[in-house]
Design a protein around this ligand. Structure first.
Ligand code: M6R
Length: 369
């Protein structure tokens, strides 16, 4: 049942191109518009939405953090993202015009379920993004957009994450389409790019051998740091979470701009620091800033592991290890940038003799608060 792979996680990483393609299937029509009729919240109601609130845990929360950038950019509707376990305890401000999106692979996470119940009690509509048909979270929501990742067995979430991102992009674009905000050439271009992204994920998977080798060479390290900016920041958080749960290493993700406000004190000789570099096209200010962050940490002895787009030559002088990813529009970059981090964590776990599919102390679905 592992399809020839040693671990479910490896199989699930390899299934990502198909999972992404399946999640898009039937949701973009021939004319390049979105057909999300399955989201049974009427267009009239969606036009009224004045605030989006995303609740989720763990990896699904990271998908939500990325979704915020896309939702706000494409719809201009304010979007908040909150850990489901914190949500109801702070008495959040919600109303009938708030759209709450609950993201969950299993559909059984108690924290997320309690958050959505709270939102519905406040009169908000809840849209679930979920991978498990008929599970509790979609059953208790007003509407559901299923991710079509197929069953995810490994405790560490991989293909579900990529499909959660795809679903979030679809919802963001759909909201933009319905509300008529920023609809035009840019959005059509994004839809075209999305429909090509599964092939790009495939290309990333074909180039992972050096990442595995690098991971094996770091097996005796205690700490790995991850840095990113913009959507690369949640990708850094996700890379760190994967490493914690699989390799049992101290791993932390930071927004690169925060370095100088504290974390740079952690940098010491030969400390591995993974940096997710935004595209030099588009938001080039961000790119230039992160290149100087890489210079700063390298000057202090860090071993820099740089994830950068093909053709980005500016990073070359400062990268001790360079991992190339295909050029994608900035907002979609997490779909390709996360993959090497999954492979990295999985290989480090193996090198350290850890149980990859069933890390210690963890369960696949967390059904207690
Ligand atoms: O089933 P859910 O998506 O609601 O689960 C949420 C988290 O428990 C989950 O993403 C967890 O963080 C994973 N083990 C991460 O790999």
């Amino acid at each position: 049942e592992k399809g020839g792979y040693d671990y479910f996680m490896l199989k699930e990483i390899a299934e990502q191109p198909k999972a992404v393609a399946d999640t898009l299937l039937g949701r973009i029509d021939a004319g390049g518009s979105l057909t999300l009729d399955e989201v049974r919240i009427g267009a009239a109601e969606l036009r009224e939405v004045d605030k989006v609130v995303i609740v989720a845990c763990g990896t699904a929360f990271h998908a939500g953090l990325i979704a915020k950038y896309a939702i706000e950019h494409w719809t201009r509707i304010p979007c908040e993202v909150e850990l489901a376990s914190e949500f109801r305890y702070r008495d959040p401000i919600l109303g009938s015009r708030s759209l709450v999106i609950a993201i969950s692979q299993s559909g059984e996470t108690m924290d997320t379920l309690m958050a959505l119940r709270h939102a519905r009690e406040q009169g908000s509509k809840v849209l679930a993004i979920c991978n498990t048909n008929g599970s509790t979270i979609p059953r208790e929501s007003d509407a559901v957009l299923y991710t079509h990742a197929g069953p995810e067995v490994a405790v560490a979430s991989t293909k579900a994450f990529l499909t959660q991102l795809v679903a979030c992009y679809l919802v963001a674009l759909y909201l933009g389409q319905v509300q008529g905000t920023k609809w035009g050439d840019e959005i059509s271009a994004v839809i075209r790019d999305l429909s090509r992204i599964s092939a790009e994920v495939e290309r990333v998977l074909e180039t992972m051998e050096p990442v595995r080798e690098l991971a094996r060479s770091l097996a005796d390290k205690d700490t790995v740091l991850f840095l990113g900016r913009h959507v690369g920041y949640p990708v850094a958080l996700e890379g760190a979470l994967k490493l914690k749960e699989l390799a049992y290493m101290h791993a932390e993700g930071f927004a690169a701009g925060e370095l100088k406000h504290g974390p740079i004190a952690l940098i010491e000789e030969d400390l591995p620091v993974v940096v997710v570099v935004p595209s030099p096209r588009g938001r080039s200010v961000l790119h230039d800033k992160i290149v100087s962050n890489i210079q700063e940490i390298r000057a202090r002895g860090a071993r820099t592991i740089v994830i950068a787009e093909e053709g980005d030559e500016a990073v070359v002088p400062y990268a001790d290890h360079l991992i190339r990813i295909p050029a994608t529009p900035t907002l979609l970059q997490p779909l390709v940038a996360t993959v090497p981090l999954q492979v990295f964590a999985c290989e480090l776990a193996t090198a350290r003799g850890n149980e990859v599919d069933q890390p210690r102390n963890l369960a696949k679905s967390v059904t207690v608060e």
